[in-house]
Structures are given as C-alpha cells and as structure tokens.
Design a protein around this ligand. Structure first.
Ligand SMILES: [Zn+2]
Length: 272
C-alpha cells in the first residue's frame, strides 16, 4: 500500500476537486495536516467517510505551521494572542477526545527575513504543541527549514516523543544520523524533491536505514517541474525513484518491496 506521511487534503481539493476519489482508487494511506479548525473538520469528514466505506484510511492531524505568524503579519494581521490560545485549546480538545493521529505540522522556518522576525512566536508555538504531543503520546510531524540547529537544541524534548516525523527532511544525512544516534525515534520523509535532482535529499534518502524512511506528497505544495501542484498520483514515481537511488548505492530493493517496507514504517511511526 502506498503511504503519504504528509499532505494537505483541504488545499489539494481546491487545486484538484477529484483528489479524494483518486486517493481511494490508488489506495493511499495518508496523514492529513490541517492548521485551522475549518481545514481540520474538512479532513476529518473525509476520514470518517473513508472509514464508513472501508477504503484506505486518512489520518487527521492538526498543527500550527511555523510560517503562520509571518503569513499573518504580511497580511497586515499579526497572529493575535486570542487566536493562538483558541487554536491550542482546539488542539488540546481534539487530543483529549482521541480525534488526532498526530500533532503537526509544526516546527521552525527561518528561510527568509520575514520568517526570522517571527522566531520568538515560532518557539512559543512549538513548545506548546510539543507539550500536547507528549501529554497525549501523539507523534509529532515537524517542518524545519534553515533551522536544523533548533531541533538539535531540543533533543531532550524530542527524545521523549513517541515518534518524530520530519516532513520533507532538508538536513544532511549526517544530521539525520546524529538525531538517531542521540536516541530520537525519528523518521524522515521525502517527496517529489528526490525526483527533481535535489542532491542532498537524494543522498539522505539513499543512505538512511530503510526502517527510518517515509514518503510524502506535501500535496498540493510540492509539484513536479512544470506542474501546478503535487498530488497522490505522484507517489508511485517517488517510490520508484527512492528504490532506484538505493539500488545504485548497492542496497538492492525493488519498488514493490520498498513500498511495503515504507508502509510498515508509516504504521509504526503513526502507531497504527
Ligand atoms: Zn506541508
């Protein structure tokens, strides 16, 4: 079974209205990220319908994206304290009611000056979300861009997490290895970038222990060159590319076996 460790069905349906039908047809087990109540409730309805129809499950997740404060500031509307508190309250109530498969995506994004300016709020949001993840023993899905050092500073906290899923891992293989050596139950997820000649992601995907590997689409936000959006139909190529990369490095595996191995990793990482 193909697995998508990170996607945004609420946003995808706007780019591609038939997305959910396609997910069902391709039998893709997916973890659905949401960062507002509206997005979460949309994804949760899809998840309930999938369960009622006994098709591939969709796992609802909720997290405050680290870009959110900068996006709001750019709109001339800084993230108000009341909204932060309401969102965290909502997350807390979902976790308490057993409606969440993971906390995330959350994390750190210091890609440009506008994001850097919100570093203090990002820190606060991350701590609050990590606390909920620990309290309810939920996996943590992390977005980290130009901020790997911050995850290293948080090793003590990450060590206590049930699992830590680094979506679209942008660090080096050595940084991934260092997190694992410190004992973090870390998984590293890759999407279309490995088929787009991103050397560092390709190298990490090639060298990581196979039991730490996940695949994702980040749909609709990580398109192939020339495409407007990423989608679930991208997953077969992502798996084939990952299998080819590992074969070239001498770790012989075909796409079918890699797909099965990654499904096992997905189920372990999300505690299914
Ligand atoms: Zn995302």
């Amino acid at each position: 079974m193909l697995t998508d460790a990170h996607c945004h069905p609420f946003d995808l349906v706007h780019a591609f209205p038939q997305a959910e039908q396609e997910r069902r047809k391709l039998r893709i087990l997916a973890a659905a990220s949401a960062c507002t109540q509206k997005e979460f409730l949309h994804n949760e309805t899809l998840a309930h319908n999938a369960a009622a129809d006994s098709v591939a499950p969709l796992l609802p997740c909720f997290g405050l994206h680290p870009q959110l404060p900068a996006v709001r500031a750019a709109e001339g509307n800084p993230f108000p304290e009341t909204e932060i508190n309401e969102s965290l309250e909502f997350m807390h109530s979902l976790a308490q009611a057993g409606r969440l498969s993971a906390i995330g995506e959350c994390g750190f994004d210091l890609y440009n000056a506008a994001f850097k300016e919100t570093e203090a709020i990002q820190d606060r949001l991350f701590s609050a979300q990590a606390e909920i993840s620990l309290r309810y023993d939920l996996p943590l899905v992390i977005h980290v861009r130009r901020a790997i050092h911050k995850t290293f500073n948080l090793t003590d906290l990450l060590l206590k997490c049930k699992s830590v899923i680094f979506h679209s891992w942008s660090g080096t293989f050595e940084e991934a290895q260092s997190l694992m050596r410190r004992g973090v139950n870390a998984y590293f997820s890759f999407g279309n970038v490995i088929a787009l000649n991103h050397k560092q992601a390709m190298r990490t995907c090639t060298l990581l222990p196979i039991e730490r590997l996940l695949t994702e689409t980040d749909a609709p936000f990580q398109p192939h060159r020339g495409m407007d959006f990423s989608q679930w139909a991208d997953l077969p190529l992502i798996i084939e590319t990952a299998a080819e990369l590992r074969c070239e490095a001498g770790n012989k595996i075909d796409a079918k076996n890699l797909e099965a191995r990654i499904e096992k990793n997905f189920r372990t990482a999300f505690g299914l």
